[in-house]
Every structure is written in C-alpha cells, then in structure tokens.
Design a protein around this ligand. Structure first.
Ligand code: LLP
Length: 419
C-alpha cells in the first residue's frame, strides 16, 4: 500500500497534487512519500513481531537521501552501509553507530579504519583476507572490531542474475563449506570479536523458499560453530524481499517472511539483524516526468519523456518494468514506446506498453522508483542530477537540489599545458 493515488482526476502524493511539485521544482523529479516510508517501516517491523531480539538496518544503497534516512531513523531503524559515504550519511541522519552494519566485498583499509573510528555496530566480513586486514588495523588502533562472517550459502535466489548474490560463483561471502575453518582463524584474533554470521542471497526475491533454504543452512552452521566452541550471539539475515512493480502483481508479504523467520530461527538464541532496502523504499517513491513530445513510430508512437536512463537506470540495466501512468489521465489509452532523450536505444523504458494516452506537455510518473532510483543516477549526456522531494501530508520540501550540468562542468579543469 502506498500514498500515491488519483484524487479529483489528478495524481497526488499524499495530499499534494503532483503538478504543484512539477511547477515548483521542475521535472524530472523524484517524489517520496513520508507516510508510505513510515507505513512500510512499521509493517516490516510488525511482521517480525515474533522475533524478540532484532535490529532492522535499512540498506542505505536503496535510497541514501538524508531525509529518507531521517524518517527511518525516527522509526528506530539502523543502517546497512557499504561505503564510507553511506556510513557518513547514516551518522548524519542521527543513526547511532551501534545500529550501523558495514557490508561490502571491497571495503578499503581507509573504510575499515573509518568504521572502527566511528564505533559501528558490526562489520560483515566478506573474506578471510578482509578479516585479517581488519584485525590488523583494529590492533594498531587499539580497538576491537565487532564482526560477523558473511557466508555464501550457494542458494539460487531465483532473481535477476545481476542482483543474485548467494550462488557459489558470486563474489560475496565465504563458501559455506569453508566457513568453519575461516571462522576459527579469524576468531583467534584478539582485536576481532567475531560474534556471528551474515547472509544476503539477492534482491527482488519473488519467493520465500530460497531465503528459508539459506537460513536453514545458516542455522546448521551456527550449531556447528557452537559445537567447535565459538560463541555466536548475532546473525544477520540480509535483505532481499521483493516488491510488486506491476499492477496486481502479488509477492510474498512481509508477514509471510516474518513468520518463516520466526519459525526457522526460534531455537537459535541470537540477536537477529535485517537489512531491508527495496521493501521499505521501493513503492514510497515515483519519478515524475514530463512528455517532451510524441513522435510517430513504425508500430507505435514514441512517447519521449524528459527523464532518461541516467535518472532511472533499472530498465536499461536489468530490463526492469516500472509502471508508467499519466498524472491527469483522460480515460483514454494508447500503446506506446516510452523513451528518454538519451542518444542510445538502451534509453527505453518500455516498448509496446499499454498506458494512459499522453501528449506533449503532459505529466506522467514511473512508479516504484523510491529504491534504486535516484541513487543509481549518472550525468550521462551531461544531463545533471535530478532533484528529490519529500511529501508529508499537504506539505513538501526539496530534499536534494537538482545538480545541473553546469555545476558538474565546474568541477572539471583544463590544465595550463592544454589551454
Ligand atoms: N544487504 C546487502 C548486503 C545487499 O547487498 C543488499 C542489496 C541489501 C541488503 C538490500 O537488498 P533489498 O532488500 O533492497 O533487496 N540495483 C539493483 C538492486 C541491487 C541490490 C544490491 N544489494 C536494482 O535496482 O534492482
């Protein structure tokens, strides 16, 4: 459930008509709904009501906007970060360091040190090599690193290949059959408190079964690590729950996920960590765009919008579907190719899409753009970065300025010897 709906013929974000935002801020612009973020945060937390001891750490990569993080901080959420940049954002949003988890397969020495310095709650170590380096850095700094070892459970998440992370040949974590040995080696380091294990098998999962399979494997590992004399107090179950992108699409509900988690983990006796991203932010945002013009095409007209693949990369990168609809629907439909202005055919949002009839100057939205939208933008074709707006009831605020192509050019230099 989200708070984007047509009222009196005009799409609103909560109580704000989207044309008002387009007028004030221009297009394209990402629009987020605070009530939707809060609702999703609450539903996910309530779904885990039967899990007594837990930390829900929002996957910052899904939407790192400071105001979005602030909304979630107020909901008691922590943060799952994968770079020092994300960590700084989480801290700036007021998220306590103990509620920050640092994941990522390529943390640099400087990032490990920054995490230690900030006193973050847990490093999810992705390899023996990284663990040894972290132990060394922590020892030099006279600190103890709180850690979990990320396990690659060799489970097929059944999602898009580019966002699958738990198969044996994926780059993430340590192979489950070597986990005991690597855990033993790292746990012996006095500057490391290796207190648990972590797993994340992929994103936009449409089934609960692969998650359950991975968690069962993790449960068996916890048992065998304890059998070897290790103390396991924390298990991080990652993120990955999918969201509906198409009208009428049905995905496993958070409640179903929560019930499975409670059942599988009931005897583990650990504190659980969750890293949801998309399920919190995905349907809490739209990309608001204006039709530049409609051009005749061979089979269908091209609806050329002012948003492009640099603003919303998912269709070009993964062939992802984003529902597209008019802000002021006339009731008529059309079949169209929805494209951006960028000079490559990859800048296509949809081919042969049934959608609301649109003409030059009309406003439209790409739905489910609150996760992995603005954050994956680039300035390709010197298009600058889109503004972001947060709506709260009948109020809205610009929470990220539009960065125009000129400001990006201002950061470039022509050296004297070339002038
Ligand atoms: N934890 C870890 C370690 C992750 O790598 C990810 C996502 C998450 C949590 C959050 O997963 P979520 O709950 O959002 O599924 N750009 C892609 C998605 C990449 C996801 C990467 N990792 C897309 O647009 O679909």
């Amino acid at each position: 459930m989200d708070h984007f709906a047509i009222k009196n013929g005009v799409m609103h974000a909560e109580d704000v008509p989207l044309p008002r935002i387009a007028e004030a801020v221009g297009t394209p612009v990402y629009v987020y709904s605070r009530a939707t973020l809060e609702r999703h945060a609450r539903v996910f937390r309530e779904a885990l009501g039967d899990v007594p001891d837990k930390l829900i750490a929002f996957a910052v990569k899904a939407n790192p906007n400071l105001s979005v993080l602030k909304v979630l901080q107020k909901q008691g959420y922590g943060a799952d970060c994968v770079s020092v940049g994300e960590m700084r954002r989480a801290l700036a949003a007021g998220i306590a360091p103990e509620k920050i988890v640092f994941s990522g397969v390529g943390k640099t020495a400087a990032e490990l040190a920054a995490g230690l310095e900030a006193g973050i709650g847990q490093f999810n170590i992705e390899s023996e090599e990284e663990g040894l380096e972290l132990a060394e850095i922590a020892a030099e700094m006279g600190l103890t690193a709180q850690c979990a070892l990320r396990i690659n459970p060799d489970v097929d998440a059944g999602t898009h290949d580019k966002i699958s992370t738990g198969k044996a040949d994926n780059k993430f974590g340590v192979p489950i059959d070597q986990a005991g040995q690597i855990f033993g080696k790292l746990a012996a380091k006095p500057s490391v408190n290796l207190r648990g294990v972590a797993v994340h098998i992929g994103s936009q999962l449409a089934e609960i079964a692969p998650l359950e399979n991975a968690f069962e494997k993790l449960g068996a590992l916890v048992k065998s690590l304890r059998g070897a004399g290790h103390t396991i107090t924390h298990v991080d179950l990652g993120g990955g729950l999918g969201v509906p992108y198409r009208k009428g699409e049905v995905l496993p509900a958070p409640a179903e996920y929560g019930a499975m988690v409670a059942r599988v983990t009931k005897d583990w006796g650990v504190s659980l960590i969750f890293e949801p991203g998309r399920v919190i932010a995905g349907n809490a945002g739209v990309l608001l765009t204006r039709v530049v013009r409609v051009k005749r095409g061979l089979n269908h007209p091209f609806v050329i919008v002012d948003a492009a693949m640099n603003d919303l990369a998912r269709p070009a990168l993964y062939g992802a579907y984003h529902h597209f609809e008019a802000v002021e629907p006339s009731g008529a439909d059309m079949t169209a190719n929805i494209v951006g202005p960028i000079c490559e055919t990859g800048d296509t949002f949809a081919m042969g899409r049934e959608c609301d009839a649109l003409q030059s100057g009309d406003l439209a939205v790409f739905r489910t753009a609150g996760a992995y939208g603005a954050t994956m933008a680039s300035s390709y074709n010197s298009r600058g970065f889109v503004a972001e707006v947060l709506v709260d009831g009948d109020a809205f605020a610009v929470v990220a300025d539009r960065i125009d192509a000129g400001s990006i050019m201002d950061a470039e230099r022509v050296p004297d010897w070339l002038a």
